[in-house]
Ligand binder design. Sequence first.
Ligand code: NAI
Ligand code: MG
Length: 361
Amino acid sequence: MSKKILILPGDGIGPEIVAEAVKVLACLRDDFGLAVETEEALVGGAAYDAEGHPLPEATLAAAQAADAVLLGAVGGPKWEPLDISVRPEKGLLGLRSGLGLFANLRPAILYPQLAAASALKPEVVAGLDILIVRELTGGIYFGRPRGVETLDSGERKGINTLVYTESEIERICRVAFDLAMKRGKRVCSVDKANVLECTELWREVATRVGADYPDVELSHMYVDNAAMQLVRAPKQFDVMVTTNMFGDILSDCAAMLTGSIGMLPSASLNADGQGMYEPIHGSAPDIAGKGLANPLATILSVAMMLRYSLNEPAQAERIEQAVAAVLDQGLRTADIAGEGMETVGTAQMGDAVVAALRLLR
Ligand code: NAI
Ligand code: MG
């Protein structure tokens, strides 16, 4: 039976980069027998403009009915004046909660062909391949009480609350350990157990889950040290697992170690393995509509989708090989081009990946 993929191009460069990823999917379907059907829907500012809401009911229903969702990016200056309840980003948050996507997987890989793009010394980052597993539906971003109150004195007080239940911690840790089993068999759990009781519990639960994985080496690190270690010696890490907020910050830090925001995919998974896949970058309004955006992060997001939601690891590997091949050929969009290198546009890059894929037949 065909797997159903919902395509959500979104805003800014979203439609341009998603179009290239769709070409890749079509190639896998036509030339490599991948059984998929795609359907497209509106999200973000594009949905607000058409229907007055960044996540129309029909889009959420289609996402829930799909095996996986491919998202471009949402947002842009045009929608910034809107009330926060209908801003494009609300579309993303609605998809995360509506699909129960509690596990956010953010790989940070340094492609050897792009080593010069990193701000760090080659010996510090060469061969970097780490995976940050961020809890996505709990923690301080969702805890209550929250808000801004005015005290009797007239002074205002802002409140957010860090909350995790044992079961929430356990399920995200299991995702991290299961992934580590297929990689380098090391998990570093990041917390602030010396100050925050909630993450003292996190450490305790991570340790308990770790006992079920005797082949995986578990270590614990305080988040401030983890930030330092990521920049000092990032290759010491294999899988890192952490809370929503710590993961938000550490994953952006890890991404920047590679220097190529246009290269990095991400996955957000629920308990059924259903997932939403998207590049880590945003809608890049500064280059939208110009055919300059790098589509590789989105194309690599399709590879993650094939691996984690569609159980097609061989098809995923094909995409990764084709991307490596175009980098080997010296093809570069502007964001990953070194000084004086010739550059290609969005569609040329996508076409080159498809051509490289066909050579793998
Ligand atoms: P951004 O990631 O869109 O852009 C940052 C810089 O990276 C820009 O100079 C941009 O041109 C460049 N860039 C990003 N992706 C690229 C690609 N594929 N190829 C070449 N260059 C690329 O982040 P920014 O500027 O902070 O946000 C722009 C808009 O995107 C905002 O409205 C923001 O809210 C939204 N956003 C959406 C996200 C999502 O949909 N998941 C994530 C982050 C931001
Ligand atoms: Mg972030």
